[in-house]
Design a protein around this ligand. Structure first.
Ligand SMILES: Cc1ncc(COP(=O)(O)O)c(C=O)c1O
Length: 386
């Protein structure tokens, strides 16, 4: 087969691969417990169904403008103003087929071959490969002293003349940690001073527990949106439990947004019209759905923390948001792939190896599924390890 060097060099998405493994085992009737998942189990908001239903009834499901429908952009602008304190115009928004495509649009729009993109570990599994897909070089900054949050000064120290962007995901997949205000403020200052883009992957931004809020980068910006290096990525996959609809978006300066629209126009024309209608319905219905989802996840977080505390040698920083825990299992087995394989084989529990997120010795265990699965899954792990 005559494949490109790029295609040959790309790794598979570890999380998607494990989803497949779990689904296949379930289909074979095996008693597998999937703690590797990345989507809430709640039904989607009523408003989303109604809105896409109207379009189906009308029988017109056509291309939309590349950057998204006016109706959805209006909801996104209102949502961004409410939760981020900045009001984007329609020329600051690109609706994409998932936050993932929005991130890809951004990377392709700013990276020249060999440019660098910095992000802290642990990071979302897709970042390194997505940067490589755009012919860039990922630069990873690890936390110190067994913590899960890198220092802003360490990130700053990695900036070179080739640095195009810093990526920050807070609250963070996999760690569940929220980067504090001082950290975000410092990154905004550095990016504005040095002319480096700051991509905020805000996809879990409203799934934060115990009354805490994830700081918005826009709050610390000294520049108007059209001169700002900040790009905020968001979507309906996680907060509205609409992973299958594939709707995400970016909010950025007009100049950058126009470049991203060109990229998307050539790659996918536009996101699905039906899904855009559904996303507008979800955003309009808004608050109460997300509040209920977050409160439910907080309870499951507490169950996961309590269950993990029963393992003698696990170290855990309590997750502050998302639906992931990222515990240190290195006292049992430092090689996280080996440990994940062992748990699958001996306990029929799917857990994602920490190395896939750039931090060895950890396992990512999700608590977006049923409470009984969290309890049973962790108890099976305990039986094997303790
Ligand atoms: C940190 C992070 N960013 C982006 C995404 C992509 O979301 P979407 O489903 O909107 O493409 C995910 C999904 O797992 C994620 O965890």
């Amino acid at each position: 087969m005559n494949l490109s060097r790029l295609a040959l060099s790309l790794g598979q998405s570890a999380t998607l691969k494990l989803n497949e493994v779990a689904n296949n085992l379930k289909a074979e009737g095996k008693p597998v417990i999937h703690l590797g998942g990345g989507e809430p189990e709640e039904k989607i908001p009523r408003g989303a169904l109604e809105e896409s239903g109207k379009l189906l009834d009308a029988g017109f499901v056509r291309y939309t403008p590349t950057s998204g429908t006016a109706a959805l952009k209006k909801e996104i602008a209102a949502y961004t103003e409410q939760y981020y304190g900045v009001k984007p115009g329609p020329r600051n928004i690109v609706v994409a087929s998932g936050a993932k495509q929005a991130i890809y649009n951004f990377l392709v729009s700013v990276i020249d071959p060999g440019d660098e993109v910095i992000f802290p570990a642990p990071y979302w599994v897709s970042y390194p490969e997505m940067v490589r897909l755009a012919y860039g070089n990922p630069v990873i900054v690890k936390p110190r002293d067994g913590g899960l949050l890198a220092k802003a000064s360490d990130i700053e120290a990695h900036i070179t003349s080739r640095t195009k962007a810093i990526l920050l995901n807070s609250p963070n997949n996999p760690s569940g940690q929220v980067y504090p205000e001082d950290f975000v403020r410092r990154l905004v200052e550095v990016c504005e001073d040095r002319g480096v883009y700051l991509l905020m992957d805000d996809i879990y931004n409203r799934l934060v527990f115990d009354g805490l809020k994830a700081p918005s980068a826009f709050a610390f910006s000294k520049k108007p949106l059209n001169e700002s290096p900040i790009v905020s990525i968001n979507g309906v996959s996680k907060t509205f439990s609409m992973t299958g609809y594939r709707i995400g978006w970016s909010v950025a300066s007009e100049a950058l947004t126009q470049a991203m629209i060109k990229v998307q126009a050539q790659v996918s024309s536009c996101p699905s019209a039906l899904s855009q209608a559904a996303a507008a319905g979800a955003l309009r219905e808004g608050g109460s759905f997300v509040d209920a989802l977050r409160d439910g996840l907080q309870k499951k977080r507490d169950v996961m923390v309590a269950e993990l505390a029963k393992l003698k040698k696990v170290k855990l920083h309590k997750p502050q948001g998302t639906f992931y825990s990222f515990a240190d299992f290195s006292a049992y087995e430092p090689d996280s792939k080996k440990l994940s394989g062992l748990l699958l084989e001996k306990a029929m529990v799917v857990a994602v190896p920490g190395i896939e997120f750039g931090l060895e010795g950890h396992l990512r265990l999700s608590y977006c599924g049923a409470e009984k699965d969290i309890i049973e899954g962790v108890s099976r792990i305990r039986k094997i390890l303790d």
